[in-house]
Design a binder for this molecule. Sequence first.
Ligand code: PRX
Length: 677
Amino acid sequence: MSSDSTQPSEAVIGVHWKEEDYFTPPASFVKQAYWNDPSVFERFSERNFPQCFDEYADLLTWSKRWDKTLDSSNPPFFKWFVGGQLNASYNCVDRHLKEHRNKVAYYFVPEEPDEPTVTLSYQQLYRRVNEVAAMLRDFCGLKRGDRVTLHLPMTLDLPITMLACARLGVIHSQVFSGFSGKAAGDRVTDSQSRILITADGYHRGGHLIDHKEKADIAVAEAAKQGQKVDKVIVWRRHAGQYASQHPMVKGRDFFADEVLKDYAGQEVEPVMVDSTDTLFLMYTSGTTGKPKGAQHSVGGYLAYVAGTTKYIQDLHPTDVYWCMADIGWITGHSYIVYGPLALCATSVLYEGTPTYPDASRPWRIAEEYGVNIFHTSPTAVRALRRVDDKLPLKFKHHFKHMTTVGEPIEPESWRWYHDVIGKGEAVIVDTWWQTENGGFMCSTVPGLHKMKPGSAGPGLPGIFPAILDDHNEELKPGSGVAGNLCIRNPWPGRMLTVWGNDKRFVDTYYAPICRDLKSKDWRDWPYLAGDGAMIAADGYLRVLGRIDDVINVAGHRLGTKEIESACMTVPEVAEAAVVSVPDKIKGVLPEVYCSLRPGVAADEAMAKRISNAVVEDIGAIARPRRVWMVPDMPKTRSGKIMRRVLAAISAGKDPGDVTTLANGEVVEHIRQQVQGK
Ligand code: PRX
């Protein structure tokens, strides 16, 4: 599995951890939960697969009902709700108007506490989505099947633009706003976008960030790679004022608020598309350098996120829900935009960092809007705990339900989340899933299962996970041995393929564990997640982390190869290796080792240049904790860099036996450099 064969595979590591005690969901929660009758497990049992998922699809409005729930005739290109037609924007907006036009869709809370909240009703959302759809169709010339790259921060313009695309059957590809212009340019090229939609700036950490510059870099980068961008649409953070130092390019760049004046009040008929059409692309890091465009469907994806939002988030019409993720990640697509809106929910959309202007911000927001469902990551939990571990208790918020996602949460942080943020009143779901999956895969059903700190639950109803050893043999639950996590069956939210690269889709997620590449039976085609995990005797999943060359920083996947190639853009760098080191807040952080060309001084300025190159190429999220400039890399006799040795040194551990290396002596030198004598 690992492309560096010196890395020990999780599959052979026996893991011993203390079994945690169960926590019982509060009776008040169970009473009101959508799923509190165990008959659901029978309905979604393997016997009733795949028809069980009709229950999710029935949450949507279809212009034409599907003929076949699952077409598995061409594995692993599984198709859901085949023959059905629908429109995602219609499902998220139009269909709610008759009875709920005045209901709040979003409270947009700007980061600056003095800036007023924008309350957007479903009626207002309808109007704005229609106007933007008219602009995209008539001004940008976009039509069904075209791709458009969005590089938008956390403001209302982002979900509105996504829904406007969906209304036309246009495929949106949103790039996380913290990613660099270069990263956006790579994605523009890969998706062949002619239109880039960006913003002039946004507020984050107390600063008004200049964002437009990244669009100029993205367009130049795409041009270099052969993809021409015809138009750049720029949303202004404050309409009428320009927040960027970087001038608009005449004939190419247009302010959205100005163009929209011509489309005021226009309505656009939603384009009904096939269930198997593509709704969006979401790029994610994998084992090779280039990010993969996970291609998600309209019908299967929307049904899956609607179902899991309803039953696992337990989102009811009267709830006020707040997911602190960024819409630029899959969590935001599924559980800020498509899932909640499909259910006509009311959500908080917060622009900035949770600790601005201070760590009480989330609790003040929760109090003010009456948030009762809260969704965040272990990184945010750790960061809030570090600032003041009693603070949330001083506020009057009451959560009935809380979610954690993105990385393993250690039991200590889980208990603090439960006792202090949740005041012991909330149920917690630890949801394991991935960009490729579309929605939650493993979690407790909140009204039916007990919780176990540090463990995501069993497979969701209808999802059947298994752990395989290195020979693809199934390790029984409770075996106490970790292995490769896989999902035995297809599910509706699953990506269709890797954009433009079916082979990579098969090779990455299926071929390594496929029982028979010629088989037309889905049972021979389990999905390989790329995580090391164990399943306990109770069926609960404990995730250890990625087994490929991917670092999960604050719940977001970064390819080590991407970071290494960014380092290599500094001409003085001869070789680069990236390892992950444990971090109290972010789980892990990348640390860089470089060897320099002969005669180059290994000084602070050089370290800074290398670090800046990473930030420029990928974004601040990938900023290395340290850059170590070393005389040589530890290598095997066949010339492979021993990342395992470097990782041990970074973690303050003993690098182990290095006598078989080509240059074992350099290891002690590096150890002293990093760890001291
Ligand atoms: O390693 C797992 C970890 O995050 C990876 C997926 O990252 P991404 O595609 O960016 O999606 C993040 C949000 C869905 C997984 O392969 N991961 C995600 N959720 C959990 C987790 N690890 C442990 N526990 C979780 N609940």
